[in-house]
Design a protein around this ligand. Structure first.
Ligand SMILES: *Cc1c(COP(=O)(O)O)cnc(C)c1O
Length: 378
């Protein structure tokens, strides 16, 4: 008998459209093989045009670089405190340490899995009472679900603390019809290989302030003063995006809406076919919140079930992953203050991200679903 070798199903893999290679070829044909050029400008314009509000975009080498520059532009420096959503990927918090500042972690609420307004307010009040008013808030639209934008904005404005909106996972998500990435004092995007669209590696800083964009580009290109020789009065970085990779980004922007629709369809398909199992929960959208459903996540009854499913999928060459391990539980970050009520710890224990790429077939999804069904019906 022949053994059937099944193809690996990835959690979230790149999905190219039809135009990316053409734009990359343009970079080669014109010899703009450098961290500047027409593709960089046109990619920035495509992102800016996509946002509903008038914004300025700086294309950078990564989302992490964008967060680093954003915090720096907001004046975060050695000894400062920065509030950061605990339930996130480490790249939201690492740049706080790059700047010699202290992260203060804040837990999530259950409606969006993102930063809790209640705990944020409590944290700010306590830090202020200790004489350490935080310099910035890093809020994250995790898995593409917008955080409680209005509530967080109200608190931030009340205490006059700027927001870095980590929209790395949420390009294509909207809140009351407006695009994520444009809500922060500074927004950031990521185009890493696993994100909803990709340049293989890349990111962007989004701001409504044209001067901030210019400063971001200045810092991202080694902070060169205006002089014929190389002169520097500030620490600079090499964070600009390559014109070759920006060509991929231009092509990807043309298919962004398709990618969002495909990922949302994945979510709906999983939900329709798993919701019959009363012991599985999905993250629902609040009214006027629209998630790009970057990753479909399920909550299982307990850690053991989550692991059972994960290992059964792995056995069948299917990649799944536990939800983000909260930052306040990470060895590198556990010594910093945190304000939590157990929400993200519970999500981490019970939650699993399912294969969610926009290039998955119904057959792929059915393979995943049948394995989960077998375990949960038992
Ligand atoms: C991916 C990601 C980042 C970092 O983006 P890179 O482009 O990989 O540096 C930051 N925050 C979150 C929440 C992410 O998922």
């Amino acid at each position: 008998m022949k053994t059937i070798v099944k193809d690996k199903i990835w959690l979230s893999s790149p999905h190219m459209g039809l135009m990316e290679q053409k734009y990359v070829k343009e970079a080669f044909d014109s010899n703009w093989v450098a961290p500047l050029g027409p593709n960089v400008n046109l990619f920035e314009k495509a992102i800016a045009d996509y946002m509903d509000e008038k914004v300025y975009v700086a294309a950078l080498s990564s989302g992490t670089a964008a967060i680093h520059l954003a915090l720096s532009l907001l004046g975060v420096t050695r000894g400062d405190e920065v509030l950061c959503q605990s339930f996130t990927f480490s790249a939201s918090a690492n740049p706080i340490l790059y700047l010699g500042a202290t992260p203060i972690f804040v837990d999530s609420e259950r409606h969006t899995w993102n930063i809790s307004p209640l705990l944020l307010q409590r944290a700010i009040k306590q830090r202020i009472s200790l004489g350490r008013k935080p310099k910035a808030i890093v809020a994250v639209h995790l898995y593409g679900m917008p955080y409680k934008i209005e509530e967080i904005r109200k608190i931030a404005d009340h205490f006059e603390i700027p927001i870095v909106e980590d929209s790395a996972e949420a390009l294509g998500s909207t809140y009351y019809g407006s695009k994520c990435g444009s809500f922060g004092d500074i927004g950031i995007l990521s185009f890493n290989g696993n994100k909803i669209i990709t340049t293989s590696g890349g990111g962007a800083l989004v701001t409504k302030n044209s001067i901030l964009k210019e400063k971001a580009v200045f810092l991202a290109t080694q902070a060169r003063d205006n002089a014929p020789h190389y002169q520097h009065s500030q620490v600079g970085y090499n964070y600009r995006m390559s014109n070759v990779l920006a060509g991929i980004g231009r092509g990807q922007m043309e298919v962004l809406e398709d990618r969002v629709n495909a990922r949302r369809s994945n979510f709906n398909y999983y939900k329709e076919n798993l919701a019959g199992l009363s012991n599985i929960e999905f993250l629902e959208e609040q009214e006027n919140f629209k998630s790009n459903r970057w990753l479909t996540c399920i909550l299982t009854p307990n850690f053991e079930t989550r692991e059972q499913i994960r290992l059964a999928l792995q056995e069948e060459e299917i990649e799944s992953r536990p939800l983000w391990k909260p930052m306040h539980l990470q060895p590198i970050f556990s010594k910093y203050p945190n304000y939590q009520d157990g929400t993200s710890e519970d999500l981490f224990e019970r939650g699993l991200c399912l294969p969610s790429g926009s290039n998955l077939s119904l057959e792929d999804l059915d393979r995943v679903i049948s394995i989960i069904n077998k375990i949960l019906v038992r």
